[in-house]
Design a protein. Structure first.
Lengths: 118, 113
């Protein structure tokens, strides 16, 4: 596709339920990132995938959060037993590559999924 | 821990004037900085970046200035237009950690016609 696609655009769920958020990165981009944006705040890094390497999960706030990336393309962020503090916009971004000592690649963001936990 | 930026202040400017958006960063090891623009309901959009070996970089109508002595970053927008109205975020990266960026809280720019 032309850009990073995320679905759903909005998700309302009840406290305690599990949710899955989907991200389709730009075709050919090997690096994929999930960020979280709380109301009026900056972006908080969650998790990063690069090709077939093990993901960097250092930003995940708790073990209720997990993500996978199948076939090096589509990614799913799963939040189990959602809490009200999980309410935020979840943003996915992709770039052509990421590597130490190399020029930083521009991140292209999707429009995000607005998650509301009631 | 490290922090970048301010907590969503608002800058209101007249159309046609120049805008300056400021950002403070705290990690002196940061070596790459980016400005993003985020319009309502959309994801952040890359505007301009700068590496720590530079102190100024210019793009189309935008200039980024980096002052490593005081750990300050600024975005200058020339001849501000209504379409520039958005929230602007600065972000930093250190230790060549690729695109695992630390974002500031953002500044809302409002352009008055």
């Amino acid at each position: 596709g032309a850009g990073v696609s995320q679905s759903p655009s909005n998700k309302v769920t009840e406290k305690g339920k599990d949710v899955e958020l989907r991200c389709d990165p730009i075709s050919g981009h090997t690096a994929l990132y999930w960020y979280r944006q709380s109301l009026g705040q900056g972006l908080e890094f969650l998790i990063y995938f690069q090709g077939n390497s093990a993901p960097d999960k250092s930003g995940l706030p708790s073990d209720r959060f997990s993500a996978e990336r199948t076939g090096g393309s589509v990614s799913t962020l799963t939040i189990q037993r959602t809490q009200q503090e999980d309410s935020a916009v979840y943003l996915c971004a992709s770039s052509r590559r990421q590597g130490r000592g190399k020029a930083n690649e521009k991140l292209f963001f999707g429009s995000g999924t607005q998650l509301s936990v009631l | 821990g490290e922090s970048v930026g301010l907590h969503l202040p608002t800058l209101s400017v007249q159309e046609g004037d120049n805008s300056i958006i400021n950002c403070a960063y705290s990690n002196s090891a940061s070596d790459y900085f980016i400005w993003y623009k985020q319009e309502s309901g959309k994801g952040p959009q890359f505007i301009i970046d700068i590496r720590s070996n530079m102190d100024k970089r210019q793009g189309q109508r935008v200039t980024v200035l980096l002052n490593k002595t005081v750990k300050h970053l600024s975005l200058q927008i020339a001849a501000t237009q209504p379409g520039d109205s958005a929230v602007y975020f600065c972000a930093e990266n250190f230790n060549n950690a690729g695109n695992m960026l630390t974002f500031g809280g953002g500044t809302r720019l409002m352009v008055k016609p």
